[in-house]
Design a protein around this ligand. Sequence first.
Ligand code: GLA
Length: 398
Amino acid sequence: MVAHRESGRQKAVDLFRKTFGSEPSVIVEAPGRINIIGEHTDYNDGFVLPIAIDRWLFVAAKGASTDRVHIYAADFDEADLFSIREIVRKEEGDWRNYARGVAAQLKEEGVELKGLQALIVSQIAIGAGLSSSAALEAALALAFLEVSDRSLDPLRLALLCQRAEHQFAGVHCGIMDQMATLLSLTGHALLIDCQSLTTQQVPLPDQVTFLVADTGKPRALAASEYNIRRSQCQEAVQHLSQLLGKPLRSLRYVSLEDINRHFFDLPDPVGRRARHVVTENQRVLDFVSALKANDLKLAGSLLLQSHQSLRDDYEVSCPELDAMVEAIMSCDGAYGARLTGAGFGGACITMVDATKAPTVQEESLTRYRNRLRSSPYQPHTFLVRPVGGASVVRLSET
Ligand code: GLA
């Protein structure tokens, strides 16, 4: 796995040389993430439990003597050029808006930005729900800071990247992905309380490992449906504030008892959306307790319940994700599986017995293909390790 990371780093350096004809001064490496449990809870002030995974996005960079920013995205064979004096959002809404967004937000934060040359190359599948965009934001933000001789604490940086995504990419995401890529610790999951933004590093037992099963289905509608879910949650907060006779800031302040009592007073689908969020928050806490008690069976069943709730109440699954979860759960050694990330396509994660992981990995793919013979998308599976958050390698010092 080390070779995997080193080869990515080397590729970034080589491509930088080829593109810009000089040596980069820094490499930033930001990992992708999977979310173990706590889906669509972050923007509701709830709990999430992601891990950063051993797939990285690399940015090789070097400061420029002018105010010009020149970024080349090797995977797309596309470039972006802009001046740090005038940063505008691009209407087309592609990867360039992440770059421009973080630069604009860093300026707003008072950072005196310098121009740069940067090359991006990534090992994180795009559109699989593995958070390639947060890795891109974090890596570029760190590269800008590095060449501008500035630093920011990781939480502040995560919030800044989130604002970039809201304002430039138009996705009103929560804070999970940016915090996961910046604050994770090797061998641990990151429990985030998205209301207080406090974190706890949760050690993962050696007996289990995580399998990612990417359905290959692009996350169609993810951005628009995501924003719709977000406003449905707001609507639920307004109804529940009235029903409970107290102003609520978010669904975090709604108990299981409240939601059960008032479920039928809420319009559909708003009630189901709220029920997912409230029950999911509880599942995150129960999952962490189950891990601590080494009750892997219980932990696995909570993953499955989470998937069912996302499928039936939150309605962000799709036939491919459901078939993948079923295929995986029919294999011996799988404790629990669920969709990860926003949904509507992308990947599932499975908590699997470490000794049986290679068999589950192979077997689940065969069973999935047998179930979904007509699917035009190419699925693939891979095992991941929990790694630490984004890091900066200064090449002149190595
Ligand atoms: C996307 C968002 C996150 C989170 C998940 C759903 O990944 O970027 O903030 O809301 O969806 O849990």
